[in-house]
Every structure is written in structure tokens, then in C-alpha cells.
Design a protein around this ligand. Structure first.
Ligand code: CA
Length: 231
């Protein structure tokens, strides 16, 4: 069965273009031209993923995102205007899964959609499978609290390992420092975002130049990601 994508976009030509392109790629797509219609269609169409513009008539993208998050974990990719870094940070903290900066190429949109869908399906399959992530020359084992780099065991404090595991369990997803603090250290932790920077720095020292297939990347003005490049 085709995966369903809801396109929330008031600029008709962009919406049409995405619609055409996604249908051609085998997805079933519907367009919501405003925020009110978006919430309505989200419920009746039941999409597997939502592409969500921010500036919309009736109700803006943030309100739509809040309504979606209040009832489901359906992946949402925000469409943000160029240079609006704050929008990206806000979007990620409010539960968006990724963002795409306009103007975009349809090819890029498709790549992001596939990555997000793969990731969300993957995390559902995890379950019993042990907490171990394996990449080229890297094994992150959260069960044994063990980090293997290029075949060698590297002593790593628990929080560093948890941070790396968290990032690597969602390859290419950008996390803000606040998200990482909340999700790795916990809401009641009294540190600030520099805590995250310090841990990232130490991890980098251990992981620098080990493989060309992955790296710990800084996304300026936003946060960090574990980037995986597929050959
Ligand atoms: Ca718009």
C-alpha cells in the first residue's frame, strides 16, 4: 500500500509541484492549503508523514504542529524560509522531525521524506533487539556500556556513551542542545547547553578521523547530528 503524505502549503504552485512529484514517486498525496484544512485532513486522510509550511492562512504551522503532536507521533517535516534558524530550532523542539529550507529541490524533499520514514519505522522495530548500534569501525553498546572504535575498546563515561547512542540511533537527525539535555540528562538536570558541547568535544577526540562513513557534526545555530553518508 502506498505511503500517504499530507502537503500543507498555501502557495499553490509549490503544493502542486510537490503533489505531482510525490505521486510520481509512488506516494499517495493530498494538499491542505491552510492550517484549518491541515488539521482536518490530518484526521481524515491519516498520513504517514506531513510536510508542513509555517506561514499559513487560518492557523500557522506551529499551531498545526501542536495539534498533530497532541494526538500522534506522525513524522512532520517543516518547510522553513531561508535563514530562519530560529524557526528550525523551535520546530525541532516542538517535535518536528526535520526541516527543509525553501527554496528547495524536489529531489531533496524526497530524500528527506525517505530518511524520516526509514528512521521512524526503524525505531519501532528496535524493541527487544538489544541496545547496540553498529557502524563502520564503530560499535556503541549501551547494554554493556562499551564503545568499540576500530576494534579497540575505548573507555567512555556513561553520559558520553548515552549521548553518542542517542545521536547515532537517529542518523542524520539534528538535535538541539536543549533536546539532548532533556533526552539524555533528563528534565530535572541543572546543567546548561555547554554541558552538551563539552561531551561532544570529548567524543570527537575519540572518534575523529576513524571512518568516512559517519561523523559527529555541528549544525551551526541549531545543534548536533550523527551524520551517516551512504556510499
Ligand atoms: Ca506559506
Amino acid at each position: 500500500m502506498a505511503q500517504k503524505i499530507l502537503i500543507v502549503e498555501d502557495e499553490a504552485n509549490i503544493a502542486q509541484l510537490l503533489h505531482l512529484y510525490l505521486e510520481k514517486e509512488g506516494y499517495e498525496a493530498q494538499i491542505a492549503p491552510d492550517g484549518g484544512k491541515a488539521v482536518e485532513l490530518f484526521r481524515s486522510f491519516g498520513p504517514d508523514l506531513v510536510l508542513l509550511d509555517i506561514m499559513l492562512p487560518v492557523m500557522d504551522g506551529w499551531s498545526v504542529l501542536n495539534k498533530i503532536r497532541a494526538e500522534s507521533k506522525t513524522p512532520v517535516i517543516m518547510l522553513t524560509a531561508k535563514g530562519e534558524t530560529n524557526d528550525r530550532v523551535t520546530g525541532l523542539e516542538q517535535g518536528a522531525d526535520d526541516y527543509i529550507v525553501k527554496p528547495f529541490e524536489t529531489k531533496e524533499v524526497l530524500a528527506r521524506i525517505r530518511a524520516v520514514l526509514r528512521r521512524t519505522l526503524g525505531s519501532e522495530e528496535e524493541g527487544s533487539g538489544g541496545k547496540k548500534l553498529i557502524f563502520d569501525k564503530l560499535v556503541i553498546n549501551l547494554e554493556a556500556y562499551e564503545l568499540m572504535v576500530d576494534g579497540k575498546r575505548i573507555d567512555t563515561p556513561p553520559k558520553e556513551l548515552e549521548l553518542l547512542y542517542h545521536l547515532a540511533s537517529a542518523p542524520n537527525r539534528v538535535f538541539t542542545r536543549n533536546q539532548l539535555l532533556d533526552e539524555v540528562w533528563g528534565f530535572d538536570y541543572f546543567g546548561d547547553s555547554r554541558t552538551v558541547d563539552v561531551h561532544i568535544k570529548r567524543l570527537r577526540e575519540k572518534l575523529e578521523g576513524i571512518s568516512e562513513q559517519w561523523s559527529l557534526k555541528t549544525v551551526w545555530g541549531v545543534g548536533y547530528k550523527f551524520e551517516v553518508t551512504t556510499a
